[in-house]
Design a protein around this ligand. Structure first.
Ligand code: PLP
Length: 446
């Protein structure tokens, strides 16, 4: 199964990844790609990330945990600092100069984030605390208004808890039924199982664009079109896709798309929900308070227009400003160039990790991103992570908020290394050397 809605045919085993369709559209002319950086110069990129020059336990940091949180370039750090030092005020409320500047910065970030998502209308971008809050917003608002006890919702067994627990809460409130698309042995979604579940005529299919544990790139357009044909809406969890792939919501055809700033070179505590405007307009507010109203009387209130209807209270202004700058930073690198760099590194990592005896790699070999989950003999992933940390190598260990997926594979967790724009082949070598050393240590004590 192939899906051309991303540039990461990445992981076609030979040759460079195909040029993504719609690449120039993703930049939208609003956050232009810089042709000067077309040839990937990873050293020039790394110097823009001050944290990468620090040492950990006396060793140069090898940061292989970008799927959890990526690092921030100077450009983002400086933009946030400038906002805090020179422009800080509340947004949308004041007529004084600072408030005007803060509001402009905030709305300008909405434009950059909309461009990143391929959304033609910035009003379709609702700022949230992250992917988690974006999914909760839909489950609470859309789900609360339109889902009842007779309804079915289809999820998958590879969902992050963020795209699972909010639906469990909705099911507990409404009595609706949840169903889960199975995962095949190679870590892809079983689309025959999807078809079987679609015969129930569910109201929603909610699934991840990219698995945070397996790296699997799901065929979004295909799933969305099957969901629509069955009368369901489609929500896509884009947390692991927005940083790496072209996220052109118009091409993907979905109804909701959720993503986080901190996985795409932005600050923590900020993310976005993109949704089709008519859906946002039909949905009731998620939270009540200031900013989201048009008029308030003691007897009742009316709502502001979208997206403000969903942004109650003073938002995370500096976070949003940093998020927008991160989107522009990625556009300046070029989304195709990012995919190409990561594609080459992914091929290298798969080759090197695949050659290590006793290492079990999860997820498909093609149509995948640069996240590598593995077990290594019977060494506990936490022990592996601790040993690697002593060598300055940061990887993740545990269930990665994918407990049902871990159950599916009958494991308690994995070690996970993940790459990004600043990652290098030397870092993959360092990981493999660290694993070899860990093998020695555990041979010694077993
Ligand atoms: N969905 C996926 C696939 C993720 O990987 C993550 C974070 O790891 C989330 C959702 C939750 O993102 P956040 O914690 O930024 O809300």
């Amino acid at each position: 199964m192939t899906d051309t809605n991303h540039p990461a045919g990445v992981l076609a085993p030979d040759g460079p990844p195909p040029v993504p369709e719609g690449a120039s559209q993703a930049d939208g002319g609003r956050a232009e790609a810089d042709p000067g950086t077309a040839a990937w110069d990873v050293a020039a990129i790394r110097v823009q990330f001050p944290i990468l020059s620090r040492e950990v336990h006396g060793r140069p940091l090898v940061y292989l945990d970008s799927a959890a949180s990526s690092q921030q370039p100077l450009r983002v750090l400086r933009r946030v600092a400038r906002y805090e030092r020179e422009q800080h005020a509340n947004v949308h409320r004041g007529v004084h100069q600072l408030s005007t500047e803060a509001t402009e910065a905030y709305e300008d970030a909405r434009l950059a984030v909309a461009t990143h998502a391929g959304a033609a209308d910035p009003a379709e971008i609702v700022f949230t605390r992250g992917t988690t809050e974006a999914v909760n917003l839909v489950a609470s608002s859309w789900g609360g208004a339109f889902i009842g006890a007779d309804d079915d919702i289809v999820l998958t067994k590879m969902e992050h808890h963020s795209n699972l627990v909010p639906w469990q809460l909705l099911a507990a409130r409404t009595g609706c039924r949840l169903h889960f698309v199975d995962v095949t042995a190679d870590g892809t979604l079983d689309l025959d199982d999807l078809d079987r579940l679609l015969e129930r005529r569910p109201r929603l299919v909610a699934f991840t664009h990219v698995s945070n544990s397996l790296g699997t790139i799901n065929p979004v357009r295909e799933i969305v079109s099957r969901a629509h044909a069955a009368g369901a809406l489609a929500l896509v969890d884009g947390a692991q896709a927005a940083p790496h792939l072209l996220t052109d919501v118009a091409r993907l055809g979905c109804d909701f798309y959720a993503f986080s700033g901190h996985k795409m070179c932005g600050p923590t505590g900020v993310g976005a929900l993109w949704a089709r405007r008519e859906l946002l307009e039909a949905m009731p507010p998620y939270q009540g308070g200031g900013e989201m109203i048009s008029e308030v009387k003691l007897e009742g209130s009316s709502w502001a227009k979208v997206p403000h209807k969903f942004e109650a209270g003073t938002p995370n202004i500096s976070g949003v400003v940093g998020f927008g700058e991160a989107a522009r930073f990625l556009a300046s690198l070029g989304r195709e160039a990012i995919a190409s760099h990561e594609g080459a590194l992914t091929r290298y990592a798969l080759e090197r990790l695949g050659a290590i005896e006793g290492l079990r790699l999860f997820g498909p070999m093609r149509e995948r991103t640069s996240v590598f989950s593995f077990t290594y003999g019977d060494v506990h992933p936490h022990d592996l992570s601790t040993i690697l940390d002593q060598r300055g190598i940061a990887i993740r260990a545990g269930h990665h908020c994918n407990q049902p997926l871990m159950d599916h594979y009958d494991i308690s967790g994995t070690a996970r290394a993940s790459l990004y724009v600043y990652s290098t082949a030397e870092e993959i070598d360092a990981l493999c050397d660290g694993l070899a050393m860990a093998a020695e240590v555990f041979r010694g004590i077993s």
